[in-house]
Write a protein that binds this ligand. Structure first.
Ligand code: 5AD
Ligand code: SF4
Length: 434
């Protein structure tokens, strides 16, 4: 049996895809190994979202090739977004034997067989239909608590900075019946939380089932199954969805709502298709219906031509919303995108870096303030396992997505526990069992 080792980079969608890849390969007689030194096939499931993500992977490719010295037949493959973006250039580098884009995974057994005969292989065909809906993912964390379920692929938004529509192709929704079945399978296997994944879940539509309908169907699998989802687009998140969330106690009160910028001119240039006011109205609606809802975001600083004043609008929208957490980046030009073709990447690197530091410092304060508001409150948390720092402690998240740790020798992963917040850091709620 040939052993396959895969390293996964980038978003949660890639983690879900790696589980699909393992499912496809193990059906064809391959086995999974977590020990890179024992692998006959080493692959990276890659990310292209920012240049530094790709640079890191080039470094890994060189490292993978090092194992050839001891293992002459070793196959090195690149999957995912970077495979799709760079295509033949990856093969031409002479460093890899196999390049497969996000819609080519069903072909992997055939591609690997051809590589074994000594012929490098590439398949970067994108599909309008592929959702891998019939494939039961091989979960990477056996006996785990929380699973990802991919509900759609691709993206039709074409935000001007973003490479994803080019690497993942057109948007398509997976049959809701296969999604509900997968959620049932997860629950039966002991999972207590599923996260429904899509680049823009609010535009999910299969036959007449929209995302709010799908969320309700998954929530009805069991009241003991927590349901999360990501990512929402501010222009598409509907009142119906917000109201559906509120109807199901097992749908976690957490929305990841990437703002990207707080300035209307920049939002327009990013082709986000909402305004600052629209975004704030959506936040108001969410809080009106679910006052305890966690809200997190993504933001980019130093986008093409962003002035200091425009950057201040991003700081002020962070302050106004009071995010619980955020992912923050400086703009990285991606070849082929609308922005790279139309606008010069003209904010100097030192300005980008300084703005990013300023935004991160602000968010650190907001995260701490958000956690302080929870002091003394009680939450039902789902135990994920022992805490990383202290084996006598367990960790788990609140519905709103905050990490809790507490001393506990009676509960285990998958249990629900009621805890009270005694203290906090910016990243964690320090609790006791109630
Ligand atoms: N440069 C920097 N950040 C980016 N993101 C997407 N494209 C870029 C880019 N070219 C960020 C966005 C998105 C998150 C996944 O990555 O904030 O929401
Ligand atoms: Fe990276 Fe985006 Fe591809 Fe996910 S979809 S792997 S974040 S480029």
């Amino acid at each position: 049996m040939k052993k396959v080792y895969i390293e996964t980079y980038g978003c949660q969608m890639n983690v879900a895809d790696t589980e699909v890849v393992f499912s496809i390969l193990t059906r064809e007689g391959y086995s999974r190994t977590e020990d890179i030194a024992k692998a006959d096939v080493i692959m990276a499931n890659t990310c292209s979202i920012r240049d530094n993500a790709e640079q890191r992977i080039w470094g890994r490719i060189d490292y993978f090739r090092g194992f050839r010295k001891k293992h002459p037949g070793l196959i090195v493959g690149i999957l995912g977004c970077m495979a799709e973006r760079l295509k033949d250039a990856l093969l031409d580098s002479g460093k890899v034997d196999l390049v497969a884009g996000p819609d080519a995974y069903r072909n992997l057994p055939a591609l690997l067989a051809a590589v074994s005969e000594g012929h490098p292989q590439i398949d970067v065909e994108l599909s309008r239909e592929e959702t891998y809906g019939d494939i039961k993912p091989l979960r990477l964390d056996k006996g785990g608590v929380s699973a990802f379920i991919s509900i759609m692929r691709g993206c039709n938004n074409v935000c001007s900075y973003c490479v994803v529509p080019y690497t993942r192709g057109a948007e398509r929704s997976r049959d809701w019946k296969s999604i509900v079945r997968e959620a049932c399978d997860c629950f039966a296997a002991g999972y207590r939380e599923v996260t429904l994944l899509g680049q823009n879940v609010d535009s999910y539509l299969y036959e007449d089932v929209d995302f709010a309908d799908l969320l309700a169907k998954v929530a009805e699998v069991s009241p003991l199954l927590r349901v999360r989802f990501s990512t929402s687009h501010p222009k598409d998140i509907s009142d119906k969805l917000i109201e559906t969330m509120a109807r199901y106690p097992n749908v976690c009160r957490q929305i990841h709502l990437p703002v990207q910028s707080g300035n209307d001119r920049i939002l327009e240039k990013m082709r986000r298709r909402y305004t600052r006011q629209w975004y704030l109205d959506r936040v108001r609606k969410i809080r009106e219906v679910m006052p305890d809802c966690g809200i997190s975001t993504d933001a980019i600083v130093g986008f093409c031509s962003e002035t200091e004043e425009e950057f201040r609008d991003t700081l002020s929208i962070f302050e106004e919303v009071g995010y619980d957490s955020a992912f923050m980046f400086f703009y990285s030009e991606r070849p082929g995108t609308l922005a790279s073709r139309n606008y010069p990447d003209d904010v100097p690197q030192e300005v980008k870096t300084r703005r990013l530091e300023e935004l991160i410092a602000l968010q650190n304060r907001l995260s701490l303030e958000s956690n302080r508001r929870d002091l003394g409150r009680e939450f039902e948390v789902l135990v994920e396992g022992p805490s990383k720092k202290d084996a006598a402690q367990l960790c788990g998240r609140t519905g709103s997505g905050k990490m809790c740790v507490w001393t506990d020798s009676t509960h285990r992963a998958g249990d629900y526990v009621r805890v009270r917040v005694q203290d906090c850091t910016q990243a964690t709620l320090l609790c006791e069992v109630v």
